[in-house]
Design a protein around this ligand. Structure first.
Ligand SMILES: Cc1cc2nc3c(=O)[nH]c(=O)nc-3n(C[C@H](O)[C@H](O)[C@H](O)COP(=O)(O)OP(=O)(O)OC[C@H]3O[C@@H](n4cnc5c(N)ncnc54)[C@H](O)[C@@H]3O)c2cc1C
Length: 411
């Protein structure tokens, strides 16, 4: 467009800006496609038999974790100067979707998920020395980190935690308990949420919480495995912390500010859990559709019956809609725009859609849906956790009611 004065130029710039920012693009870029295909190439080396065996023996999928680390996928969201690729949440969601798409379910996802945004408090609030000391080892898969946030007497009410870090010369001494800590059987490090001021002495419940990243010292932390329904290969544990010394150099940011720091990784985590649940649901849907097309009863494929087709078609729609919400939330996050409502909605919708798809897959296969060799019963057990953790459906509904619909806080 020709322009000869500053005014015309400004108008043209505004026009161009409107045109560009109003454009909607649902396609993956070449780089994003390369991530999906590259991750897929690693993930597809681990077949159903591998994941069924891990479901039975409960062994951490070390070979899978190592293969992902060697291919460089563990550090994609970490800053480039610390061994990462500095990519955003859309790329991380594409990665985690691919990881959970091929039979590994949450066992595959949870073995690598923590690396993506779990270390975010370090990235944002850690010192240069801490980042250099910790992040490259995480990117290379040399360290594995467990997250010790949840406590038995606090549950979802995080500010009610009681694990206490008492200030001593050169650091802190910690006593307390954690529960549901994933990967503590194999982790070398722990990100630990503590109180440094008791709740009753704080002006606000979110005050007085301090976060550490330190060695998981088994001489001071008792780790007791919890037997559970699914995701058997990635252990869950009760932790008993008795006099753990943590040097001051392992404290992230300022004392008492830890609650604000962990908020930085909550929205990404919710979006990624949503992506993982959707992937598991789509995996189950593919298996159910294939079975429905092949299984012949009453002289016709069962998939020719609308009673079989329609629920599967509905599950497809729900999964696609949830994926659109994941992408919207990730898009907002990557542009540093508020995304709390979308991240919570994506986690809720993804988990529901994933769960209902796995359940429908079991029902579609009939008796064989219950047999281990068809894998959909395992996927159903795997996907269940996405409805429960890291935040429950009730808490998400309360959050949306309060923050989006402006209704009174209910909890
Ligand atoms: C497999 C697995 C792995 C996990 N990994 C980790 C980990 O690595 N690190 C970690 O720190 N934590 C982890 N967790 C913990 C998880 O993030 C949840 O925080 C935890 O399971 C919830 O705590 P709770 O079971 O004590 O629930 P509770 O707080 O006891 O809640 C129980 C139920 O009551 C409902 N409820 C409670 N209060 C209200 C209210 N006011 N209104 C409506 N409903 C309410 C909840 O929504 C929930 O459905 C994991 C959990 C699981 C199952």
């Amino acid at each position: 467009m020709p322009y000869s004065c500053g005014r015309c130029r400004a108008d043209y710039d505004r026009y161009l800006h409107r045109k560009l920012t109003s454009a909607m693009d649902f396609s993956l870029s070449d780089d994003q496609r390369a991530i999906r295909d590259g991750v897929g190439a690693v993930v597809r080396k681990f077949d159903d038999a591998y994941w069924l065996a891990r479901d039975e023996d409960g062994e951490f999928p070390r070979e899978f974790h190592r293969a992902m680390a060697e291919a460089g996928w563990l550090g994609i969201t970490l800053p480039p100067q610390y061994g990462g690729a500095g990519l955003g949440l859309i790329e991380a969601a594409i990665l985690m979707h691919e990881v959970a798409s091929h039979g590994g379910g949450m066992a595959a996802a949870s073995s690598v998920h923590i690396n993506l945004f779990g270390p975010h408090p370090i990235v944002v609030f850690g010192t240069g020395e801490q980042k250099a000391r910790w992040l490259p080892r995480l990117a290379r898969g040399e360290d594995q980190v467990a997250f010790g946030f949840t406590e038995p007497d606090a549950g979802l009410n995080t500010t009610a935690i009681k694990t206490f870090a008492r200030k001593v010369d050169g650091g802190y001494v910690v006593h307390g308990q954690k529960v549901w800590t994933s990967t503590a059987q194999v982790a070398s490090k722990i990100m630990l949420l503590t109180r440094t001021t008791r709740l009753e002495d704080c002006a606000r419940p979110t005050d007085g919480i301090t976060i550490f990243y330190t060695d998981l010292d088994r001489s001071r932390i008792g780790v007791q495995r919890i037997a559970k329904m699914g995701r058997k290969a990635v252990d869950s544990n009760a932790l008993f912390i008795d006099g753990l010394f943590i040097p001051e150099a392992d404290r992230i940011g300022e004392e008492g500010q830890g609650f604000g720091y962990i908020l930085h990784s909550l929205n990404p985590e919710r979006l990624l859990i949503g992506a993982e649940a959707i992937a598991i649901g789509q995996d189950a849907l593919r298996r159910a559709t294939k079975y429905a097309a092949e299984r012949v009863v009453f002289g016709r494929p069962i998939g020719q019956n609308q009673g079989i087709q329609h629920p599967l078609a509905e599950r497809w729609m729900a999964l696609e809609a949830a994926w659109a919400m994941v992408m919207k939330g990730a898009w907002l996050y990557d542009r540093q725009q508020p995304c709390g409502a979308e991240a919570n909605a994506a986690k809720f919708l993804g988990a529901r859609a994933g769960f209902e798809s796995c359940q429908q897959a079991v029902l579609t296969l009939g008796g064989f849906g219950y047999a281990k060799e068809y894998h959909v019963e395992r996927l159903l057990r795997e996907v269940m956790i996405t409805r429960l953790a890291p935040v429950s459906e009730q808490m998400i509904l309360s959050f949306i009611a309060e923050k989006v619909l402006d209704l009174p806080k209910s909890y």
